[in-house]
Design a binder for this molecule. Sequence first.
Ligand code: ZN
Length: 81
Amino acid sequence: MRRVRDGEVPKDGGTAIQDDPDRPVFNGNGEDDYVCVECANVLATAMSATYMTRRVRIRCGRCRTVNVSAHDDLDRPRDAS
Ligand SMILES: [Zn+2]
């Protein structure tokens, strides 16, 4: 994960808020775990890279840093639809 840059947050997206720092917000069937860029708290487990796009953001329940997936550099914008 990495920080969200200024002006990067899409207007159509939402930010998942982690209420319990000890409990990941998302739990999928993929291969990757995602941790907070700031404090290494676990935010999501077993996620697939295809799901963790730019629109998926998670606010860390421990340090309140908003994280975004680092995989989005590979994901071209698809706003045409
Ligand atoms: Zn954190």
